[in-house]
Design a protein. Structure first.
Length: 154
């Protein structure tokens, strides 16, 4: 088992590589850099867990990870997505200890892993399927058209 750090550099790659080397663990870490959509999907399929320590908005990668049944670990410094915490993974305090413990708990407890993995697939089907999103958009458009019509009539 090893750690894969995927995505663009954002200026921290050399620092991260130096840290891994100084800790004597550089042989246990793969820095991929940017991944094509096909390679990203392959990495998610092969992963045990998807970890992102900070994000803002709604990451499509969360749905991609859930679609292939991968539990999610993210932190409280990110935007809060209530459907994640203790349903498909954890929202943790952002520190190395919490991160390590959460990852260990998910990958070492087969029952917990299976629960999160099954919930991941269920949530993508029940809340984020194409059909559900289209219905939600139709509802939003209908509500906004109605509001617009009301505003014109006054």
């Amino acid at each position: 088992m090893f750690l894969v750090i995927a995505g663009p550099d954002d200026g921290y790659l050399s620092e991260a590589m130096s840290l891994a080397k100084s800790l004597g663990i550089s042989n246990l870490i793969l820095f991929t850099g940017f991944l094509s959509p096909k390679d990203k999907l392959s990495a998610l399929v092969d992963a045990e867990v998807f970890v992102t320590l900070a994000f803002y908005g709604f990451l499509m990668t969360f749905l991609e990870a859930c679609a292939v049944g991968k539990p999610i670990i993210t932190t409280t410094i990110s935007d809060y997505l209530k459907w994640i915490n203790e349903n498909v993974g954890y929202i943790i305090v952002p520190n190395p200890s919490s991160t390590a413990i959460s990852i260990y708990n998910v990958i070492s407890d087969k029952y917990l892993y299976r629960k999160f993995s099954e919930n991941c697939r269920k949530i993508t089907e029940s809340k984020f399927s194409l059909e559900k999103i289209v219905l939600k958009l139709e509802t939003i458009y209908k509500e906004n058209i109605y509001i617009y019509i009301l505003r014109i009539s006054y």
